[in-house]
Design a protein around this ligand. Structure first.
Ligand SMILES: O=C(O)CCC(=O)C(=O)O
Ligand SMILES: [Fe+2]
Length: 295
């Protein structure tokens, strides 16, 4: 048998990195500090020992009206449970950040008008036969080891809670051109910081870029809950993250405005740039300037 060597997409580096795992059964103040660290370092972490929430994966192609009814009530139950988990995580974050109100983030997603949503992703398996003899005529991006199921992007909302079946594919990018594979774990939730939380912390938390490859001969299924503010919520950096040496990076915007920008751009484009007050180059230059002063 000839086993194909995984071929990384040109000029990209696949790096194995131990990503943070947060055990929610640990001491609360310890957990909240670890979550803050994970949000600063990666904008991404895995959560274990959370309350049991049954996943929603469907079996079978057609649904009878009765099944549809049951499914819709299961979806509502699921949404309520993940909203609670997302709110708990946001409260833990707020506690460690010493923000004036611990509900400053969770209040946005607990609001009856919260614009949160759930997405079910299905990545079909590779059709193995066509690649069996190492078909080199395939274009590079169609090579079985490079098949993109969901292109590179950051999530626009506050926080994403993702779970999947036991088929891998998710990768995060801690720096440009570097991709870290995330081992699948159907018992865990994977959490990532979205653009809104990045903006509210004035860039202190990373809005992590990620993607999903679809290279398996089994289908990958994932379910993402995107915790979002109400459309009219005004998103602005919290005062404690803004100082003279760390000026406000983004102008205030409503979630409706941001959402509109999201849909007017392509998936991989950075929408945050549209709201930026300080040019990235200027930011670096000003930091270098400050460093020079200190010497
Ligand atoms: O399926 C995955 O692992 C990634 C999905 C994703 O990033 C999304 O739905 O925004
Ligand atoms: Fe995503």
């Amino acid at each position: 048998m000839v086993v194909a060597t995984p071929m990384p997409i040109q000029s990209e580096k696949i790096k194995e990195v131990g990503l943070p795992t947060i055990d929610l059964s640990f001491d609360r103040s310890e957990v909240s500090k670890l979550i803050v660290k994970a949000c600063e370092e990666f904008g991404f972490f895995k959560v274990i020992n959370h309350v049991q929430i049954r996943p929603l994966f469907l079996k079978g192609p057609t649904l009878s009206p009765m099944t549809q009814l049951k499914f819709s009530s299961a979806v509502n139950g699921y949404i309520e449970a993940v909203r609670d988990l997302a709110s708990d995580i946001l409260d833990l974050l707020a506690e460690a950040l010493w923000v004036p109100h611990t509900s400053v983030f969770s209040g946005l997603i607990r609001d009856v008008d919260s614009d949160s949503l759930i997405r079910l992703n299905h990545y079909p398996p590779l059709i193995k036969d066509s690649f069996e003899d190492g078909d080199t005529s395939l274009p590079h991006h169609h090579h079985p080891n490079n098949r993109i199921g969901f292109g590179e992007h950051s999530d626009p909302q506050i926080l994403t809670l993702l779970r999947s079946n036991d088929v891998g594919g998710l990768q995060i990018s801690p720096e440009e051109g570097v991709w870290v594979p995330v081992s699948p774990d159907p018992t865990a939730f994977f959490v990532n910081v979205g653009d809104v939380l990045h903006a509210m912390t004035n860039g202190r938390f990373v809005s992590v870029r990620h993607r999903a490859l679809a290279n398996s001969n089994r289908p990958r299924m994932s379910m993402a809950y995107f915790a979002a503010p109400p459309l009219q919520a005004n998103i602005t950096s919290l005062a404690q993250f803004v100082s003279q040496s760390r000026p406000n990076l983004y102008r205030a915007f409503t979630w409706a405005e941001y959402k509109k920008a999201t849909y007017s751009l392509r998936l991989g484009d950075s929408r945050l740039k549209l709201f930026r007050l300080v040019e990235e180059d200027h930011e670096i230059a000003s930091l270098q300037h400050q460093t020079c002063f200190k010497h």
